[in-house]
Design a protein around this ligand. Structure first.
Ligand SMILES: O=P(O)(O)OC[C@H]1O[C@](O)(CO)[C@@H](O)[C@@H]1O
Length: 250
């Protein structure tokens, strides 16, 4: 595993954008696994700036997002489809037909999960999977539980996740209680995983994920077994790893 320690959120975003753009330049028709949440916003902004300058193009890139809230329409301003359009896709030259996100309104969510798994498999899995990290160690919406769930599935969101995401809704009551999430199987099948983390409030989650035991009670801990894992964090998020003596690139 390679760990980059950056000074702050901006530097973390730039480093992550560098790694993603390197992938797109190397393989213009790559498959990118993408994430939502506040952490990747700066990364998407930086990628859009560079591609608008003409440094590289997303025309041939295919994207697969990790998750979507169950019950939210793509036009809902808190849906992850809306987030991706507003924060990334509307600012780059990507082909809309090549951007994939689970359908939160599917009449049969189980069938939608199976379709999504098959889609990712048929694409040959992600060349690079971008991940944020939940305070409880979740990746995508794979919440802590007593087993790792391999396939795309419908998940009951943890109370702590609902509370953390309430800031984006009018109240905690408005946060959907379920989501469709890529499982651990597709995440681990990605050729490279890039996890980004920022802020002191993520220091425990980062430490537990990469210094703690590999356990489904901290879903991100499975990434210790990935053979091309890159962690990019700012100083605050990596503080407990560094204090434990884990070597980092600066
Ligand atoms: O980047 P944030 O907003 O801290 O969120 C971290 C994680 O939580 C989620 O937003 C879901 O709660 C994930 O999409 C993300 O990876």
């Amino acid at each position: 595993m390679r760990i980059y320690q950056e000074s702050d959120y901006e530097a973390m975003s730039r480093r992550a954008a560098n790694l993603i753009s390197a992938e797109v330049i190397r393989n213009p028709a790559c498959v990118l696994g993408l994430a939502t949440g506040s952490t990747p916003v700066g990364t998407y902004k930086q990628l859009a700036v560079w591609s608008q300058k003409g440094d590289f193009s997303f025309k041939e890139v295919t994207t697969v997002n990790l998750d979507e809230y169950k019950g939210l329409a793509p036009t809902h301003d808190q849906s992850y489809r809306y987030f991706m359009q507003a924060n990334f896709f509307d600012h780059i030259d990507i082909d809309a037909a090549k951007t994939h996100i689970p359908d939160g309104l599917a009449a049969d969510p189980g069938a939608e999960c199976a379709r999504y798994d098959e889609l990712i498999r048929s694409l040959g899995y992600a060349d690079l999977q971008l991940l944020g990290l939940g305070h409880n160690g979740h990746i995508g919406f794979n919440e802590p539980c007593d087993n790792f769930v391999k396939a795309t599935h419908v998940i009951d969101l943890a109370e702590s996740t609902i509370a953390a995401n309430a800031r984006f809704f009018s109240s905690a009551d408005d946060v959907p209680r379920q989501a469709l999430t890529m499982g651990i199987g597709c995440i681990m099948a990605a050729r490279r995983v890039l996890l980004i983390a920022s802020g002191a409030d993520k220091a425990d989650a980062v430490y537990n994920a990469f210094c703690g035991p590999i356990t489904p009670f901290c879903p991100a801990s499975i990434l210790q077994l990935h053979n091309d894992m890159v962690l990019v964090g700012d100083k605050a998020a990596l503080s407990k790893l560094v204090a434990a003596g884990v070597p980092v690139y600066e």
